[in-house]
Design a protein around this ligand. Structure first.
Ligand code: UD1
Ligand code: CA
Length: 473
């Protein structure tokens, strides 16, 4: 039998009270819908169809990265209407797994078991139900004396008695297309929300003598969707903890696992230590024995073996060699490539910078569009002036260059191997290898100047507004 997964993702998610469509809200760095589609792919269905409506372009883009087909639902007239919109694409044969797009951490293993059970049962439809303590907001499952599903009643349409029922509809269904499509035509909108409820299909099937089969989830918490910001935060916390627990089981040290954030695509190698309050994002990889200390954030960054990132560093699109020491307070931006045993200290910013083995830039510098040869030393307050207001230009320093403090390198400019640059120099011309470049204005000492100044001041004392120390020099 042909198997299709249908994901309903056209709603705005008004209860999120957010301008972003619900299924696009990120969980650990990727949209909710992406988490769901990735885990559903393990079921090996023949096709996946995603129903889009609100922010259709952005939702479709996520769907297509997982090879899903897209169906537009415009306007959004309810979950039953969403399935009606799929009718042409689905045809009238095959088995459908229908899920809401707002259940990012759906336990797909159990979904697979239920699907197999459904297929061998010969039933026309199946509904996964959950027994939960606080059923608020969910459709309640009504059974007859024989335990068969008679009806699903939405919270807003339910009587007080029905609201007391704690068995609810998970929003995950197994459908035999040939049977269900026929029932869609009979759906009406005579309910509090004025919508076509997919759930009404099951009442029609019960009346027609073929009630949907109920499957009871073993861990109901895992099937709960995201309907509010609080749900989103809870779901994020759960996944965050799962990821960290998995890494701890593989020997990674997290002295305080409750405070760290490790996104799912991150890779960690043995001996890595991740201190409290660290965020590791995107395709970050920490190789053997690296340590990242508190309040540092790494985005798609590769750390070579034994590298130490001290407190409060921000690293983006950076690659380091082995045994580097960075921070505290470093900002390495896109295109930073560092050699081995390199030191970057407080308030050093790099961008598109290739710094070779053993380079030291320990304080207060900006190195942008620059290459620096092995063993060079960058003094405090060194700035590459890479931008002329229109274009970016490169600075190139050779090996073992000594750059004195407070140097400006006005790009494009090149400094040869072994050259020295005196403190306070503005380098505007290339410096040959082994040369000293210095552009400071000569210093002048005026003997006895302080005593004379004080004398002048004491003469002028008492006359308001006559003080020369008020910045009137
Ligand atoms: C739905 C069920 C409810 C169940 C709950 C489980 C109905 C009528 N009710 O309620 O019984 O307990 O899910 O989570 O089905 N969507 C569309 N097009 C629409 C409307 C919704 O694609 O026109 C999508 C939404 O984007 C969402 C999903 O369908 O991903 C569910 O919609 P939502 O509004 O969250 O339904 P619930 O009120 O939670
Ligand atoms: Ca929902």
């Amino acid at each position: 039998m042909n198997r299709t997964v249908v994901v309903l993702a056209a709603g705005q998610g008004t209860r999120m009270k957010s301008p972003l469509a619900k299924v696009l809200h990120p969980i650990l760095g990727r949209p909710m819908l992406a988490h769901l589609l990735e885990s559903l792919s393990a079921l090996g269905a023949d096709r996946t169809v995603v129903v889009v409506g609100h922010q259709a372009d952005a939702v479709s883009a996520v769907a297509r990265t997982f090879g899903a087909e897209v169906v537009h639902q415009e306007p959004q007239l309810g979950t039953g209407h969403a399935l009606m919109c799929c009718r042409d694409v689905l045809g009238s044969s095959g088995h459908i797994l229908l899920v809401a797009g707002d259940v990012p951490l759906l336990p797909v293993d159990e979904v697979g078991h239920f699907w197999a059970e459904f297929e061998s049962s010969g039933a026309r439809a199946g509904v996964v139900s959950l027994h939960i303590e606080r059923p608020f907001g969910y459709g309640r499952i009504l059974r007859d004396a024989g335990g068969n599903l008679t009806r699903i009643v939405e919270e807003r349409d339910a009587s007080a008695e029905e609201r007391a029922i704690r068995e609810v509809n998970s929003g995950v269904y197994f459908l035999d297309a040939s049977h269900v499509m026929a029932h869609l035509d009979g759906l009406g909108r005579g309910n509090v929300q004025g919508e076509y409820y997919l759930t009404d299909v099951f009442a029609r099937m019960a009346t027609g003598g073929s009630p949907a089969r109920l499957f009871t989830a073993s861990q109901p918490d895992h099937w709960l969707g995201v309907n509010s910001q609080a749900d989103l935060a809870r779901t994020t916390r759960r996944l965050r903890r799962e990821v960290v627990d998995r890494w701890m089981a593989q020997g990674i040290t997290f002295p305080d696992p409750d405070t760290v954030w490790v996104e799912p695509a991150v890779l960690l190698e043995p001996g890595v230590v991740v201190q409290p309050h660290v965020r590791l994002c995107g395709a970050t990889r920490l190789t053997a024995c690296c340590e990242v200390r508190s309040f540092s954030v790494l985005h798609s960054t590769y750390l070579g073996p034994g590298t130490l990132v001290k407190e409060h560093c921000v690293m983006e699109g950076t690659r380091t060699g082995s045994e580097c020491i960075l921070g505290p307070f470093c900002h390495t931006r896109e295109g930073t490539e560092l050699g081995d045993r390199l030191h970057l200290g407080n308030f050093v910013e790099t961008k598109k910078a290739h710094l070779k083995d053993g380079v030291k830039a320990n304080h207060l510098s900006y190195l942008g569009d620059a290459s620096v040869g092995a063993g060079s030393n960058i003094g405090a307050g060194t700035i590459t002036c890479n931008y002329d207001g229109v274009h970016k230009h490169r600075t190139s320093l050779g090996e073992r260059v000594f750059v004195g403090s407070d140097t400006q390198l006005v790009a494009p400019v090149a400094v040869g191997d072994g050259a020295y640059i005196g403190a306070g120099t503005t380098v505007t011309k290339d410096v040959p290898p082994g040369a000293l470049a210095i552009s400071r204005s000569p210093q002048k000492n005026i003997e006895g100047w302080v005593a004379k100044k004080k004398e002048r001041e004491s003469r002028g004392a008492g006359e308001p507004g006559n003080s020369r120390s008020q910045g009137k020099k």
